[in-house]
Design a binder for this molecule. Sequence first.
Ligand code: ADP
Ligand code: ZN
Length: 820
Amino acid sequence: MSEDASLLWAEVAVFSALEKTLHYLVPEELAPLTAVGARVLVPLGRRQSTGLVLHVSSDPPPIPKDVKARFIHSLLDPSPVVPRELIELCRWISSYYFYPLGEVLQASLPSGLTNPPEPFFRLLSSHHVHGLSGVSRELLDSIGRKRGAGFKALQRQFPSLKNLRTHLNRLEAEGFIERVHVHEDSLPAPKILKSVRLLRRPENIPSRSKNLLQLLEFLEGQEGGSLVSDLRRSVSNADYWIRKLKDEGCLEMVTREVPRETCETDCSQALCQEKDLELTGEQAEALNLLLPAMDSGEFKPFVLFGVTGSGKTEVYLRLAEHALKAGRSVLLLVPEIALSTQLEALFQKRFGARLAVWHSGLPSSTRYHMWQEIHQGKRRVVLGVRSAVFMPLKNPGLIIVDEEHDSAYKQEDRLRYNARDVALMRASSLKIPIVLGSATPSLQTFLHGTSGNYGAVQLRERVLERPLPRMETVDMRRERGRQRILSHHLQKALVETVEAGEQALLFLNRRGFATFLLCNACGNVVQCSGCSVSMTYHQQAARLLCHYCGEKRPLPEKCSQCGAAPLLPFGFGTERVEEELRQILPHTATVRMDRDTVTHPGQIARLLNRMRSQEAQILIGTQMVAKGHDFPHITLVGVVNADTSLQLADFRAGETTVQLLIQVAGRAGRGTKPGRVILQTYNPAHYTMEAVRSMDYGNFCHTELESRQRLQYPPYTRLLKLLVTSHKEKATEEGAYRLAALCREMAHRFRGENRHVAVLGPSPAPLAKLKNRYRWHIFLKAWTSRDLQTFTQAVLEESGRDPVLRRVQLSTDRDPLVSL
Ligand code: ADP
Ligand code: ZN
């Protein structure tokens, strides 16, 4: 093949599951325009595919001689759309998490950018059309009249035309039209929000119309009106009743046009904050440390360790204001948006149109525009969930990760990245500070904070000298009979709280639900002899398994510790708690909130508003209610089952339990009245319960870190999980054993070079079958990140050549958080 030596080569990442990037020749006429970060259309096999230019050079790439070089088909952007900085970040992610670069890029960009563009046709010539068929002439006519037309528009215009594509291809080949590629970037239409407001109750309500009653109940709680979409989701036949009530003059319809990207949930009742709070001494001190870092032009991570209610949000707001003043932009990551409507409202108030809110519920057209506006620097404060870590901020000056310990930052399928760690990497290459905030930092962050790797800022006191809540423990082993769910003590406290006109939160710890066996007499849980984690109950196989080393044990007949009762699977739901509550407080309004009752953000806001307006006195919920909320009238928090998540087969069980419980406890006493927390536990003497009781998280971290060091767990070592899956049970098991053998051989070779990697397993995953795929896993443990990197790379390469392993799918989970 004869290539002109002066031709340029482009390295392109195609947006698909290709392991490697590809190299293409740049056509001469495109050479001046082809730049890193621009999208291109390239031939791939017999198709065409979109991709991103990663590198342009006149040096021929290392491709085999017999592979025919192909040309880029067309350029989709006149100038780069993806900043170089983000491309580099994706390269790092691809290598660190062992995931194809094209797919990383695809995951990081809005689909509006990665989807294949729609072909668009322009008229070149309308001479000599007399030889054409009637249809072709109509097509030309239509394209000419509109100065061009998209494929979809033509399809709509000629709905009965079967072979539109062939017609267009022919017209193109004969030189009548040309094909260009554009993106649909028409502005998204403003969204119309329809809501209804109850004017009066209808006079006669048919006794059988349950739906109507439900609708009325719903509407009566909402003076500002309710979204029709919410009503439709919550009440069956809503449309019918709305129409009927409207005809009777009982309802008023309100329509409101809102720009797509604003908060659709009802933030109206979220707390309104006075302007210019006077900073507390600790807040001022924190800012004195953090603000100069922003001006230093250096990478510097900080841990902002502030107890619940210490006013971290105000610190974030001031930091963001400072960055804006300096012409920089700010990224604030939060674990969940649905739950932080409060935070959203506060930021909206301070930053108005400069704020972009990014979450998974946005329609793709909104995402695309938001992305563009952030890229152009129109929006300089980005408040978003996990995937916002990829936003193309203009001149970023600061990244904040709120509740940095939260597991929501970890994506648990496909590309298993942790947004907190990616944010650290991004801040490091941008040379800017990053603030990791939490009342309960992850042990890893805590260690960096105390060892001096990270700057440490502490907020030890709650604002306005509000005390931390008083902690009380109930030993559930002593409760008899009916008080198995709500102890006497908690019942009494609930009644007192309600009678005093205050509010309560009942928290149900549902993680690790029924996956372990608990002795109801002594609280004992069976542990693995070699791993110091509890063993998992597998109902189907009727045995206990250790998910780290694979040790198996038959179900014990009786408790090994006290020899008494048989061990039983443990757990119950929020519904049951609500039922119990109704027996002691039949006239008290409650709100129940968990993953089963809450299915969309609007609903959360509505349920929370019922608490905020004090229409309801008791909130019952799972993990969802633990985080971030600021309800000033909650004075009592009851933790129904404190220990459940302790029993997860995970070395992090202690850490996550303490974090969760301290966060829940932190919901109490945030207003003017002091709070009180009642912990119901079967293990009152357990060190984690001690830690929660004393609310001394720092002290807990020191103890826990010592044990991690002794057992050589992270943060002292690095873990990686290799997951083997397939549709065939036998093949999966064989694959897992083959892979483990391969890992052990490799580890042996490594040891010869004085590098150490431990191989644990294989064992079936706790979720042994998921969506019809069987799952086994192996854990790799190394003492440095670099050893883990080279080791895994070598294993993955070798496994590609193994016939047994080619029949299964292999995936990696680096720095895994859970062992499911
Ligand atoms: P955290 O996130 O640390 O748990 P928040 O940021 O939610 O705490 O703050 C708790 C409450 O304290 C909020 O209602 C907030 O408005 C209030 N607050 C924050 N800073 C101050 C201050 N300097 N003076 C008075 N109230 C404050
Ligand atoms: Zn074990």
